[in-house]
Design a protein around this ligand. Structure first.
Ligand SMILES: Cc1ncc(C[n+]2csc(CCOP(=O)(O)OP(=O)(O)O)c2C)c(N)n1
Ligand SMILES: [Mg+2]
Length: 678
């Protein structure tokens, strides 16, 4: 459906502060036009919500326009980066796209920027570096940091705008990101939209230090100031322009505490009964919009202002009509939209720097070196991975070869660093992030499972990330350095997972994960890093890692496992072959998500018996899913109940004697299978 033509005054979405000096009336009129459209739009969205035409949550920006309109007009939309919040409808209108597209988002129409897969104001425009927010407040700041750094790495003098509320400023991500931005000297403007409340909680209940949130920046070596954006829009515009200019030229972050208003409460459903008597009237008395209007009437006359408002209102109503008449979504394509489609294989040089007998850690090192050498968009990040070479020395020697920009030591801030990696990935870079131990990835749960994993589904943008998880137990590391977290992370849709068990597979898995356009977790069992060497070669079929591999053949049962357990299963299978002349089809699963089970199903159809073995805990463990998926089609053909072998349902115990009792061992595997065989 054709979109109505916007009024001429909206044709330019850019502003320079000097225009306020040269053509004050026209410039103020332009600013007011966007403020009026934002305010009227927010009001109409609220009405449409109340009429039941818009669903979800409506969190208006009424009272935020004095900040967001000048700032969005001043930003360089050709290079800058932003993630708007739930108060920034006006910012969205100015940054990019047609009003109808933004309304389609609210109406959850088929053509909405999120294909109706996300609601409210949770959309963006990634090709134009407007990153879509997730609900988890504070989480998007680091993503803005990543995309802004990506722009700088590409030689573009971008500034990033990271918005958050007074309440959000208490989240850990905000502080991790301020620290990261300062450390990396990123040209980021952190903007606190301080409207005095987080839902019903006043700022004084948010911080002991009262309302001077801007002072927090000093702790991170970041310049900051506060501004009342409801006082004078020209003053605000000049102050913001100066700040943007400074950040653009110095490439140092800055924090602005913008005092704003929340005229309509938290959201459409907010009863606002926590406000003091007369407090709401006080907000409206401070509202900037009528004062801007009055000064414009004085400058250009009421007829011109009214004519402009009428034109904008007519445009808005015409756009609402279009949005109401636009097609509703259908589920077609929804499931296919979870993952970004497979990329073409990269043109890897069919050779290795040093083909040799390698252990698994060295194979990964070789893979990283190959990626860093051949793929300029790649970078590797993680704690202690530089001079030290990583806790397990997987990145040994790479810093010297590739330098700090490509091989980044990160602070202890898993969440912000992962959000930063996501931001890089959204702008064409391909980060590989090493978690020191997979256990610490729980610190980045929101970033991995909600920000990265849902990205393609809700925005259509690829999010190519490799998350390296040194995992697994048996090394006397206790509960916080030993876990197998595959069922924890892979139960969330949108993440792929590979779990190699040999040096060659680890090398292949790294390349396959690297060129995938989705977040891929690479599970690396710490016990395998240095367990023996074997030859690693250039394998043109490296993508076969996404399929299970048949290691041994037999008729008695289908035996499925992965990771370190592959080696124990192999020994157990040798034992049964030698002692009982009983043989199994033994599969190394390799790809945990998406599961590719056809060859295993075919085996099960033949053998009628299933054994699943893994190191992770039994209850809610990965084996439960495997058994369910493998047996649902062949249930009537099964000759025995499927056998699950796993660890105990406990935290990983520390002492070797206890851990031995906790994990599957060769003896336990043999005993359990023997009993099962009857
Ligand atoms: C991490 C997180 N916790 C809780 C919520 C639920 N929630 C949504 S908006 C909101 C208040 C946010 O206040 P503030 O950051 O001041 O922004 P404002 O709504 O005032 O603009 C809360 C608690 C959330 N979205 N994210
Ligand atoms: Mg607030």
């Amino acid at each position: 459906m054709a979109f109505p033509t916007p009024p001429a005054i909206l044709a330019s979405r850019n502003l320079r502060a000097e225009e306020l000096e040269h053509t004050p009336a026209d410039t103020l009129l332009r600013i007011y036009a966007w403020m009026h459209l934002a305010r009227t739009g927010d009001n109409r969205i609220l009405e449409l919500f109340r009429q039941g035409l818009i669903r979800g949550t409506v969190t208006g920006g009424q009272g935020n326009e004095g900040l967001i309109v000048p700032l969005a007009l001043l930003a360089d939309k050709n290079i800058d980066v932003v993630c708007f919040t739930h108060r920034d409808f006006g910012g969205h209108l100015i940054w990019s796209q047609h009003l109808c597209e933004h309304l389609n988002q609210y109406f959850a129409n088929a053509d909405s920027p999120t294909k109706a897969r996300e609601g409210n104001i949770h959309h963006g425009d990634i090709p134009n570096r407007s990153l879509p927010m997730i609900s988890h407040l504070g989480a998007m700041l680091s993503t803005v940091a990543g995309t802004t750094d990506s722009q700088r790495r590409l030689g573009r003098p971008a500034v990033g705008f990271a918005f958050f509320g007074d309440g959000s400023s208490s989240t850990g991500d905000v502080h991790e990101t301020m620290n990261l931005a300062s450390l990396l000297s990123l040209p980021l403007i952190f903007v606190i939209e301080n409207n005095g409340y987080a839902y019903s909680t006043p700022t004084c209940e948010q911080f002991a230090a009262g309302t001077e949130l801007w002072k927090r920046a000093a702790g991170y070596g970041i310049e900051s100031f506060a501004i009342d954006t409801n006082r004078d829009v020209a003053e605000t515009t000049k102050a913001l322009a100066a700040a943007i200019e400074k950040v653009r030229t110095t490439s140092r972050p800055m924090l602005i505490e913008a005092h704003t208003l929340r005229l309509r409460g938290h959201a459409a459903y907010d009863t606002c009964d926590y406000l003091l008597a007369g407090e709401s009237d006080g907000f409206f008395a401070r509202d900037l919009q009528p004062r801007v209007r009055a000064s414009l009437v004085a400058l250009v006359g009421s007829d011109r202002v009214e004519a402009l408002e009428n034109e904008l209102n007519a445009f808005l109503e015409a756009c609402i009509k279009v949005a109401v008449a636009t097609a509703r979504p259908t589920p077609a394509g929804m499931e296919a939209g979870l993952f970004a489609p497979a990329s073409e294989p990269f043109p890897w040089k069919p050779e290795l720097a040093a083909p040799a007998q390698l252990n698994l850690a060295q194979a990964l090192n070789l893979g990283l070196r190959k990626i860093l050498t051949e793929r300029p968009e790649s970078l590797v990040m993680g704690q202690d991975i530089g001079t030290y070479g990583g806790a397990f020395k997987v990145t040994d020697g790479l810093l010297k070869e590739f330098g700090r920009r490509r091989l980044m030591n990160t602070p202890l801030a898993e969440s912000a660093c992962t959000g930063y990696a996501i931001g890089l990935a959204l702008n064409g870079h391909r980060p590989i992030e090493e978690f020191q131990f997979s256990d610490f990835a729980t610190e980045a749960t929101t970033q991995i499972t909600l920000n990265a994993a849902t990205m393609h589904f809700r925005s259509g943008a690829p999010c190519p990330l490799v998350l390296r998880f040194p995992c697994g137990g048996g090394l006397t590391f206790g509960s916080f350095h030993s876990q197998e977290l595959e069922s924890f992370f892979l139960s969330m849709p949108g993440i792929k997972g590979l779990y190699p068990s040999t040096p060659q597979d680890a090398f292949n898995a790294l390349l396959a994960a690297y060129e995938d356009n989705n977040p891929v977790i690479l599970f690396e069992h710490k016990g395998l890093y240095r367990r023996g060497r074997s030859s690693v070669v250039w394998d043109p079929n490296y993508r076969d890692i996404w399929q299970p591999r048949l290691l041994r053949s037999g008729d008695f049962a289908t035996f499925v496992t992965y990771g370190e357990m592959v080696h124990l299963a192999t020994e157990a299978a040798e034992y049964f072959s030698g002692e009982y002349e009983t043989n199994f089809d033994l599969f190394d699963l390799r790809a945990l998500a998406p599961l590719q089970l056809d060859s295993i199903r075919a085996s099960l159809a033949r053998t009628g018996r299933l054994i699943v073995l893994h190191e992770g805990r039994r209850t809610h463990g990965f084996g439960a899913e495997l058994v369910a998926q493998l047996t649902e089609e062949y249930f009537s053909g099964l000759k025995a109940a499927p056998l699950r072998i796993a660890s105990l349902d406990l935290p990983v115990p520390f002492a070797p004697e206890l851990e031995h009792a906790f994990r599957p061992t060769k003896e336990k595997i043999i005993n359990v299978i023997t009993r099962w065989m009857g």
